[in-house]
Design a protein around this ligand. Structure first.
Ligand code: 13P
Ligand code: SF4
Length: 320
């Protein structure tokens, strides 16, 4: 509508005027993803967002996603101004893994290599030997396991359990979970599959094990998008945040994408898998951030930044 068009026009002008670029995650609302595409920004998974932000020539990055994505961008590019539509967009994995408690857990097992998911604060990253995202976690843990390393894994217990099962690595788990993926329900998913026997099931590994076991493909957001293009099926049941449907449908306009069921208030709920923090990234908030940095700019303590850069760079070098 007219107001949205006005916001979009103003944002486009502000991006140009400020030499800024919009870096959006696949879980943001379709209009935000479209805006990033129209303005030569990027729409990506968390690994690619980090790379894009680091390599961008723009002096200002506006990161539409959740807090850890903005912090990662700042850690990698301290000379850039990193803005977020709202600094309140957190993540249940980050919230459930306070740095002091996690650090004490690591101290209790000094012979272990500490591997943390990107969905953590800069302080937790600073305590880690490796940072991983879901698109590279398997390869990195496989590599560490082949060197005989014992691993502390945090914070997502479902992703950790999936990786431990795939690699056979010895992993001590922090017990965190994603509020969105933790809600997928296996019995309802089996019923849905029975109604659509020709559909392939795509699952993000932050989902519980009984959901992962039903999957035809398991992977990060970018890997699931790839699977939606390459698997021979014309129909897919997708167990991850519904924001991903924008890109899947754009790349395969003739295919059908169905949302996997979640449990809401004891009832089976469809169209419910949407991260409440990703949803905070609206047009109005983006315009506000580009108009005035105050309350939108990411700062990371320099000592923490230097320390957290080490495990982040290790991941990016491994991925290169
Ligand atoms: P990806 O790295 O797969 O994009 O996942 C990020 C995330 O927050 C998933 O919930
Ligand atoms: Fe965090 Fe889950 Fe939201 Fe991803 S979907 S940002 S893991 S709460």
């Amino acid at each position: 509508d007219a107001q949205k068009a006005e916001y979009k026009a103003r944002i486009k002008a502000l991006l140009k005027a400020r030499n800024a670029v919009l870096v959006a995650h696949y879980y943001t609302d379709p209009e935000i993803q479209a805006l990033a595409e129209e303005t030569n920004g990027c729409v990506a998974d968390s690994l690619e967002m980090a790379r894009f932000g680091r390599d961008a020539e723009a002096q200002t990055l506006i990161v539409a996603g959740v807090r850890f994505m903005g912090e990662t961008a700042k850690i990698l590019s301290p000379e850039k101004t990193v803005l977020m539509p709202t600094l309140d967009a957190t993540c249940s994995l980050d919230l459930g893994c306070p740095a002091d408690k996690f650090s004490a857990f690591c101290d209790a097992h000094p012979d272990h290599t500490v591997v943390v998911y990107a969905n953590t604060s800069a302080a937790v990253k600073a305590r880690a030997d490796w940072v991983v995202t879901s698109s590279i976690a398997l390869e990195i843990v496989e590599h560490l396991d082949s060197q005989g390393k014992k691993i502390i894994w945090g914070p997502d217990r479902h992703l950790g359990a999936y990786i431990a099962k795939q690699t056979g690595a010895e992993m001590l788990m922090w017990q965190g979970a994603c509020v969105v993926h933790d809600e997928f329900k296996s019995r309802a998913l089996m019923q849905l599959k029975a109604e659509h026997p020709d559909a392939a099931i795509l699952v993000h590994p932050e989902s519980p094990q009984n959901i992962v076991e039903l999957a035809d493909a398991v992977g990060s957001t970018s890997q699931l998008i790839k699977a939606s293009q390459t698997l021979p099926n014309d129909k897919f049941i997708v167990a991850t945040d519904r924001g991903i449907f924008y890109k899947m449908q754009q790349l395969s306009p003739t295919k059908t994408f169905i949302e996997a069921p979640t449990g809401g208030n004891g009832a089976t709920c469809r169209s419910c898998a949407h991260c409440p923090w990703m949803a905070m990234n609206g047009l109005q908030a983006i315009e506000a951030a580009l108009t005035d940095n105050t309350g939108h700019e990411i700062f990371v303590d320099e000592a923490l930044r230097v320390q957290s850069l080490i495990p982040l760079d290790r991941m990016l070098d491994f991925a290169a």
